[in-house]
Write a protein that binds this ligand. Structure first.
Ligand SMILES: *Cc1c(COP(=O)(O)O)cnc(C)c1O
Length: 431
């Protein structure tokens, strides 16, 4: 009798049919994650037009193209040698990251700029994509109102779909149950806090895909909203290093009150060219609290620390040595040179698009230029036109959300030579 009732529970009531069951929330995901769909279209074009395949220039996916800063290369070479001798060998390190890296981050990225962040509030990882995706683990499933900008970095949405925090996708690609924050030319692609209550709010500045930045006043409004709603801001600062405009906050923790309502994600990917090396981190202030089912306050860091140390065994020693080198004076200089290169590209791309009469945003505090399609064209139609006629791969705005329809993103991550050629083709095609 006992085994009978257990089987009912384990099998979800279907006693005859015991089998491995999937997480059905995955089936709600839209057919193509954006970049595979782009890859599919580019491959199909190249197969159909082999003579033009060699001319294709990719300004689609946000991946860096230039070699790493020499200080990072030097530090990683040395770290490899450390692994060759018993005296300097490193096995498992602390899951949260080595103290020397956490201290360098806290000092150079935060305290030197007057922002209060302690080394033990920093958790080093193998990238911000994992962190922004994994954070859903520590919040109740299906119990929180989750707000996401639209257009948006797809990871925030898809990971909530996988976790069962949404309903089904609708015809325009939006999921039931999420609170979308429209980003439009009218609000400069910086959403205002909504009238509705939300518990978790994803924000990303400088923004991928629009390149928008939020002012101190705009971020203060979000912090005030979060404090009033007992909400947590999930603030993605992966592009912080690209901010050039004076007065734009480099961190959500520049804003008074943010330590009680925000988590920040950072990455060495775009800043130090580490997309293929893999290193990022998350900042969770000691005072950040969320509620359990009985309404008691629980320190968010406790849950994240437990999750991180259970499911992650630390970023590679070699990689962390490379990341730490970026905080030396030469490292900072070399990183800045890399960023200046990409921002120079963004400026050229913005100018080329403006010169043919297109409306352009972003590109000054971010490596992305966000452009309205000509003549109200759909963004996938414009993608096909750019691929077919100019052999340039852009990213269709609709792939980032319903409000991205009618826009496209050009990535400035490229060689100067390629960018100059892309500008030439844009003026030729649309001029
Ligand atoms: C590139 C990017 C990241 C960083 O991803 P990594 O996993 O650290 O390479 C995070 N957020 C956004 C919005 C990005 O575009």
């Amino acid at each position: 009798m006992i085994s009978f009732s257990l089987q009912i529970r384990w099998g979800g009531g279907i006693i005859r049919c015991v089998m491995a069951r999937i997480n059905e929330h995955f089936l709600k995901l839209q057919a193509g994650y954006l970049f595979p769909e782009i890859g599919r279209r580019v491959a199909a074009f190249a197969a159909a037009h082999p003579e033009q395949a060699g001319q294709i220039i990719r300004c689609g996916i946000g991946d860096v193209t230039e070699p790493l800063p020499p200080v990072a290369i030097g530090a990683m070479h040395k770290a490899v040698d450390d692994q060759a001798a018993r005296e300097t060998f490193h096995g498992y390190g602390p899951e949260q990251g080595y103290d020397w890296l956490r201290e360098a981050i806290a000092q150079v990225s935060y305290r030197d700029r007057g922002v209060e962040v302690l080394p033990d509030e920093i958790y080093v990882s193998d990238g911000a994509k994992c962190d922004t995706g994994n954070i859903v683990d520590i919040f109740a499933r299906g119990e929180n109102v989750i707000a996401v900008p639209d257009p948006v970095y797809p990871v925030y949405v898809d990971t909530n779909v996988m976790a069962g925090n949404t309903g089904k996708a609708q015809a325009d690609g939006a999921y039931e149950g999420l609170l979308y924050l429209p980003c439009t030319p009218e609000n400069g692609f910086v959403p205002e806090p909504p009238k509705e209550h939300a518990d978790l709010v994803y924000l990303c500045f400088p923004n991928n895909p629009t390149g928008a930045v939020a002012t101190r006043e705009q971020l203060q409004a979000w912090v005030d909203y979060a404090l009033a709603n007992d909400a947590i801001l999930l603030y993605d600062g992966a592009y912080e290093a690209f901010i050039t405009e004076p007065g734009i906050p480099s961190s959500i923790f520049c804003i008074p009150g943010a330590r009680r309502c925000a988590i920040e994600f950072r990455s060495f990917s775009k800043q130090g060219g580490f997309t293929g090396v893999r290193c990022g981190y998350i900042v969770i202030p000691h005072e950040l609290r969320a509620k359990d089912a009985d309404g008691n306050d629980v320190a968010v860091e406790k849950l994240w620390s437990r999750r991180h140390t259970t499911k992650f065994n630390g970023a590679s020693y070699i990689v962390q040595r490379g990341a730490a080198a970026l905080f030396t004076p030469e490292g900072l200089q070399q990183t800045q040179a890399l960023i200046d290169h990409y921002l120079g590209n963004a400026k050229l791309l913005s100018e080329a698009c403006r010169s043919v009469g297109l409306r352009v945003w972003g590109g000054t505090n971010a490596p992305y230029v966000w452009v309205q399609t000509p003549d109200g064209m759909g963004s996938w139609d414009f993608f096909d036109k750019m691929l077919g006629e100019a052999h340039v791969v852009i990213t269709p705005g609709a792939g980032f959300g319903a409000h991205g329809e009618g826009f496209f993103r050009i990535s400035a991550f490229n060689s100067r030579e390629n960018v100059v050629e892309v500008c030439r083709r844009i003026t030729e095609l649309l001029g």
